[in-house]
Design a protein around this ligand. Sequence first.
Ligand code: UD1
Length: 420
Amino acid sequence: MDKFTIKGGKKLSGTIHVSGSKNGALPVMAAALLADGVTTLKNIPYLRDIQTFSNVLRVLGASVDGGPRILRIDARKCNHFEAPYDLVKTMRASFYVLGPLLARYGKVRVSLPGGCAWGPRPVDLHLKGLEALGADIKVTHGYVEASAKRLSGGTFEFEKVSVGATANLLMAASLAKGTSRLINTAREPEITFLIDTLRKMGASIKLVKDGIEVKGVSKLKPVTTTVIPDRIEAGTYIAAGIIAGGKLTIENAPIDDISSAIAVFGKTGAKITVQKNKVIVEAPKVIKALDISTAPFPGFATDLQAQIMAVLSVAKGTSVVTDTIYHDRFSHVAELRRLGADIRLEGNAATITGVKNLSGAQVMATDLRASAALVVAGLRAKGETAISRVYHIDRGYEKIEEKLKSVGADIKREREEMVV
Ligand code: UD1
């Protein structure tokens, strides 16, 4: 296992390039299962989760190969309709194969994903939504078994906005017989990218006032498309620029997708300038405290909650960060406290009393975004911060240590000695 060692206190200056979006790529990789041919995806990031999902597709019989930043997914030989526990447990997004396989082949068996590091994450909306399209669903022995001769159009209202369930239903409805009305759907940029891709494939999808209308077609064709830049990676580097000090340029940033994040980070006193697809972050002398709640897009993303908390841990004054999407997504709090942060947790709200500085310590990466927050905090902490289990970071940040090193951070990847 690898660990990161960061010597904090170095100001950042220079340019960081944002990679393709993990959460944008995964549903579109699943959508490739809907087409009888070879789908080509460009601007694919080098990430553990992309490798894991490629393996899920291979288990199903698809062939997945590629070149630099390119994936070619050939779904013509799909002949196995089960995503096993061993793969699904490592990455919840494997559940994305449910909708496409059911729509195209009429049967699928997918392991239930189980919880994740910060608590339970249900899939009831995926299942109820597919039932509304005529699927017969059983949950048995830890697996979801779904079947349908051919899905039919239906109406489904999400009681809660869900990115994953919206994606699964969009893919399923695209090949259903008849028109589906999906109400209270997610509008995240990753969903917009999926809709754009499905339309290119021949799907008939219309955005309506309260959701999405999908007119099912009998066939979809394979396409070539380019994955959108990663808005969460961009937001994480904005946080890094603010806490470390200096002037950081973030290029290939998806400006429209991060405008609310830019507005929130701007309230810290940082000067944030937007130029075409670049964000220039000039750190403030003193970081201002602020109160922020996460919300579905276009609100402030839950995937940036941990990183902004790291920034606010050294703000002047008291901040309150509330997560309205995942009420228990706070595994980073205990680790940030080890670095000297003063954070009190009550329900889904964290009250952060800013301290003058953090002090380096040994901490543990517990999940993807929590780990990113520890890297952000480590850039500022006095002395050395050692972050173990960085495989969590490798799931979703491409070469984060190289990117940060190139703008002046003192960060090293090392092999961790195992104590047996
Ligand atoms: C996706 C993102 C994840 C992000 C999350 C919220 C991917 C691969 N992952 O996850 O990084 O943090 O959106 O923006 O894109 N829920 C239910 N029942 C369901 C499904 C969800 O109650 O069947 C709840 C969840 O517990 C959560 C909320 O709905 O409280 C939103 O979850 P959802 O948008 O589905 O998250 P994911 O798609 O899993």
